[in-house]
Write a protein that binds this ligand. Structure first.
Ligand code: XLS
Ligand code: MG
Length: 344
């Protein structure tokens, strides 16, 4: 089947099986090994955190960071692999314990902005203007610990500092309602697109939808796609799945709710996602039980499921669906979708 979609994942999607209750279940692998897996599976691009691109970034000078980013760019070019985006990992360092841009400590807020600028430098060298902001610790454990109104101002200040630092950079906010925080400040796409309007250059502030994050907010991921794309603001995508309101599971795409996955692919198709060069990324993790020899299956399977669902979207009987809708026979429409997904 002919299609225009290009696929992507990040090095953290080849995780080693650690959870809060136990150690790793698979051996650590080098970045080169991960890159080779991406090539082998025929994916097109890799996503990077700033410290995936330049390890131990906080201990390195600006010139060292640039030097290492240039070396990485050479390697990626040699392999024919594109860097889709770079994201500042603002949730690991001791300076981000109480949040990054919204920390109550001014020096820590400055750390977060400085680090974001280094992330933009890396993006520039790797050839991407897309900076993804998963605002992991921008929220509270205790609501009274921060002033919510002030936090919005601090977020806008930080975004403005990034937009001013590089006139080409585009910020793609990845909302998530909770975890690691009790409540996050930008829980949904509506929040991300609303705060974009307060920045110095709203045109360069868009969003990234992660299916599981929408599910955790009790929102339909397909509706989030339609909403973001109505504003022309869906610049990246993390497809995966999530079984209810639990810890963030990052399950393979379609693994829990096939019908919702079908609706997501259908929304992407009707909005022409990918036609401006956007990538379909899978932010999925192998199960803890996964053996080394099956390590890449969750990524391969997510893409297979996506492509199978694309066939289902394209062979969906739109005419029949329209006439059922006109007759308000949603009972039959419901069954038609189920039987279409079940196949003959
Ligand atoms: C966490 C996020 C994170 C971002 C990139 O849920 O998926 O990995 O995608 O910073
Ligand atoms: Mg993600």
């Amino acid at each position: 089947m002919k299609h225009h979609y290009k696929f992507c994942f990040g090095p953290w999607n080849i995780s080693e099986g650690q959870d809060p209750y136990g150690p790793t279940t698979r051996p650590a692998q080098t970045f080169d090994w991960k890159l080779a897996q991406l090539k082998k599976l025929g994916f097109d691009a890799m996503m990077f955190h700033d410290d995936d691109a330049v390890p131990d970034i906080d201990s390195k000078s600006e010139s060292q960071i640039r030097k290492e980013a240039k070396e990485l760019k050479k390697r990626l070019d040699g392999e024919g692999i594109v860097a889709e985006m770079v994201a500042p990992r603002l949730w690991f360092a001791p300076q981000t314990i109480d949040g990054a841009y919204t920390s109550n400590d001014k020096r820590h807020r400055q750390y977060a902005i400085d680090r974001s600028k280094r992330c933009i430098d890396i993006g520039k060298i790797l050839g991407t203007d897309l900076i993804v902001l998963w605002l992991a610790r921008e929220g509270t454990y205790i609501r009274e610990a921060k002033d919510g109104r002030r936090s919005v101002e601090l977020l806008v200040e930080a975004f403005d500092a990034m937009l001013a630092y590089d006139k080409k950079a585009r910020l793609s906010i990845e909302p998530k309602p909770n975890e690691p925080m009790d409540h996050a400040y930008l829980p949904t796409i509506g929040h991300a697109l609303a705060i974009a309007q307060l920045t110095r250059d709203p045109k360069r502030v868009g969003c990234l939808i992660e299916s599981a994050h929408a599910i955790l907010a009790g929102i339909d991921p397909a509706d989030e796609i339609d909403f973001a794309m109505s504003f022309g603001k869906l610049w990246s995508l993390h497809l995966n799945d999530q079984n209810g309101l639990k810890y963030d599971q990052d399950r393979p795409f379609g693994c829990t709710n096939l019908r919702s996955a079908f609706d997501q692919v259908r929304a992407l198709e009707r909005n022409g996602y990918g036609k401006n060069g956007e990538y379909v990324c899978f932010d999925v993790h192998p199960f803890r039980t996964t053996k080394v020899e099956h390590w890449m299956a969750h990524l391969d399977n997510s893409r297979r499921t996506f492509l199978r669902l694309l066939e289902k979207v394209r062979s969906y009987d739109e005419k029949q669906a329209k006439s059922l809708i006109a007759n308000r026979d949603y009972q039959a429409l419901d069954q038609m979708v189920i039987e279409h997904l079940l196949g003959k």
